[in-house]
Design a protein around this ligand. Structure first.
Ligand SMILES: NC(=O)c1ccc[n+]([C@@H]2O[C@H](COP(=O)([O-])OP(=O)(O)OC[C@H]3O[C@@H](n4cnc5c(N)ncnc54)[C@H](O)[C@@H]3O)[C@@H](O)[C@H]2O)c1
Length: 352
């Protein structure tokens, strides 16, 4: 398969590197980087410097019979026109997340791809993040008993990155930028329907779009899940907190540091009270060593190149797409409900 990357910026450059490494692996279903297209002459010059062909126009890509696929990594607002044009030209498509700025646009894209009979998928790459797979494994193994609460948090201190991400019409804010990943992970992880949610957006930097969000979701099976995206926090906070009835797990960071504490004795006979501020407490004191045990995280590593392999396999007609239309649209419905909750300051009680 020959693929062209449209939008050779930060993520386009990352994909180009990954695809070059993918090609070296000589997998059964190959993907060859045929070139890039970008409207920025500096990015075109960089591609030339790196020996990557730069197409002169999108039309040149559509007309190239050798090219079977495109990967769209432009700012979010131009995903839609490229997906529609690529589908009409019969090219298989990977589109960066968020595929669109609304569920209506996303549905339009899927309709175009279905009509053209091309493979269309979204780069929800964080389904193959080791930290996320490790949390799933904690739940599956039951190391800390039944899990009733999860906090999934990404925290930065550099504001909203770049230029277009700050423009509502182009980027749509941090919910669409990072929320889309964390919500996709959440819906993959919790096999239950959403019954209610509440969301708060932050505008610390005074941009026209949210620079962070705090989303609380209740599932029918009793799990409560919190998604936090921040761009204004200068201290480290754990990437994941997982609360089970028999213990607590923390995944500190993407480096998989952290661990689990599991209860051995429900009532700690050796509990010692502590001074806390201007008072005394047993309730908030740490457990004695004999009543709990510390365990390492049951780390899971993702299969390398899994996303590209799946796309190539789907294009060859031998694999089902890992990222499905119904999943992508559900994430959009949830993001839209979260936005409504934040805007109107209300709890949304909908089955999602
Ligand atoms: N999946 C992930 O982990 C991940 C990470 C980062 C970004 N992204 C997504 O990738 C996309 C690009 O983000 P980025 O950080 O690389 O942005 P970026 O600004 O670094 O790059 C965008 C590139 O697109 C080019 N471009 C702009 N308009 C264009 C047009 N009409 N036609 C062709 N090229 C055009 C720009 O010149 C630039 O080189 C976004 O949708 C973003 O959400 C995904």
């Amino acid at each position: 398969m020959k693929l062209v990357i449209i939008g050779y910026g930060g993520m386009g450059g990352y994909h180009a590197e990954c695809l070059q490494k993918y090609a070296e692996q000589k997998f059964e279903f190959s993907i060859e980087l045929a070139g890039i297209y970008d409207i920025d002459p500096a990015r075109v010059a960089l591609a030339n410097e790196r020996g990557i062909r730069a197409y002169a126009s999108p039309e040149e890509i559509w007309a190239d019979k050798e090219v079977n696929a495109v990967l769209i990594a432009t700012p979010n607002d131009v995903h839609l026109p490229y997906v529609l044009a690529a589908a009409a030209a019969g090219k298989n498509i990977i589109c960066e997340k968020p595929i669109a700025l609304s569920s209506t646009e996303a549905e339009q894209m899927y309709a175009a791809a279905e009509k053209a009979g091309v493979v269309f998928t979204v780069h929800q790459n964080r389904r193959w993040d080791d930290d996320y797979l490790t949390v799933r494994n904690i739940i599956k193994r039951g190391d800390i008993g039944d899990v009733y609460k999860i906090e999934s948090r990404v925290v930065g201190c550099n504001g909203i990155p770049g230029d277009w991400r700050k423009v509502r019409a182009q980027g749509g804010g941090m919910m669409l930028d990072w929320g889309v990943h964390l919500i996709d992970q959440m819906l993959q992880m919790i096999d239950s329907r959403v019954t209610s949610l509440y969301c708060d957006y932050s505008f610390i930097y005074g941009e026209e779009v949210d620079d962070g969000c705090d989303l609380l979701v209740n599932f029918e099976n009793g799990v409560q899940y919190r998604v936090v995206v921040a761009t204004d926090c200068f201290r480290h906070l754990p990437r994941w907190m997982v609360y089970g009835i028999d213990g607590t797990a923390v995944v500190e960071d993407w480096d998989l540091s952290g661990g689990m504490t599991r209860v051995l004795e429900r009532v700690d006979k050796n509990l010692v009270g502590i001074r806390a501020g201007n008072g005394f407490t047993r309730t908030m004191a740490q457990r004695s060593h004999s009543s709990v045990e510390r365990l390492p995280l049951p780390v899971v590593h993702a299969e390398p190149f899994a996303f590209y392999k799946n796309f190539a396999g789907a294009c060859a007609g031998v694999q089902a797409l890992a990222i499905r239309k119904d999943e992508v649209l559900r994430v959009f419905r949830l993001m839209e409900a979260a936005e409504r909750s934040a805007r109107e300051n209300v709890v949304i009680k909908e089955i999602l």
